[in-house]
Design a protein around this ligand. Structure first.
Ligand code: PRT
Ligand code: MG
Length: 217
């Protein structure tokens, strides 16, 4: 029976889990386990037909793309890097908001070529950074990092960084300033394209419940 089809939702622990929880609960998906204390990677919900899989934030689009999860919740930053193949992105959940920004030391050179040629930009967000500087017609050297980007300008690894900024406290604590706004970021509901067809009634039922809740908050 269509209504008995299992739905699997992928999400990461931390801010996305915490902020998605009330939205999911309002759609009838109460979660009893706490991923911060439980070691379980598959969580049951109050709805026996819905399971959650808890994975790294940057892995969510991959699980959904390959159908290992029917749906997922992922930051727009992560989706821009992934490229969105195999996914629909039907709803902005409006959670885990921040901004993708270029940052550096105060008075960091933004346009002029560095002494050794192109400006060096350290980031985890290679695709977004490339697109941003290409749109400005600026040739830069992108250095891929996996975290702690704020360190790169301090130790001479890069002139600039591209990173997420929320309060700005992390930049400030490291003597850096925001220099250019690239885009606003929030988390999106993503759906596997095959699941969208095969489990259409269940997926759209959940989508509409979430949409109503997002509109009300
Ligand atoms: O940690 P892991 O490598 O597993 O993945 P992740 O760091 O991507 O996961 P997580 O849970 O930290 O972030 C999940 C999603 O939350 C991101 O993909 C963003 O879409 C969103 N989000 C919202 C943020 C922030 N706000 C945020 N402030 N993600 C990260 N940060 C970091 C930022 O990178 C910087 O280091 O917080 C720091 C800046 O915060 P402020 O407040 O000091 O400016
Ligand atoms: Mg993190």
């Amino acid at each position: 029976m269509v209504q008995d089809q299992l739905l699997t939702i992928a999400l990461s622990k931390g801010r996305i889990f915490e902020q998605a929880l009330p939205l999911l609960a309002s759609a009838g998906i109460q979660v009893h386990d706490d991923p911060e204390t439980s070691r379980k990677l598959i969580l049951d919900t109050a709805d026996a037909r819905v399971k959650l899989v808890i994975i790294r934030a940057s892995d969510v689009p991959t699980y959904v793309q390959y159908g290992a999860a029917d749906l997922g919740v992922a930051g727009k930053d992560v989706l821009l890097e992934h490229g969105g193949e195999g996914l629909y992105e039907p709803l902005d959940l409006g959670i885990a908001r921040c901004r993708l920004m270029v940052a550096g030391r105060p008075r960091a050179p933004l346009d002029r070529r560095g002494a050794q040629g192109r400006l060096r930009v350290a980031t985890k967000y290679v695709r977004s950074a490339e697109r941003h500087f290409a749109a400005k017609g600026q040739q830069v050297e992108i250095i891929k990092l996996y975290g702690s980007m704020e360190l790169a300008p301090l130790v001479g690894l890069a002139d600039l960084i591209v990173d997420l900024v929320e309060s700005g406290n992390t930049l400030k604590a490291n003597g850096l300033v925001p220099l250019e706004h690239i885009c606003d970021i929030s988390s999106r509901l993503v759906v596997n394209k095959a699941a969208w067809k095969m489990k259409h009634a269940r997926v759209t039922g959940l989508l509409e419940a979430l949409r109503g809740q997002v509109a009300a908050t």
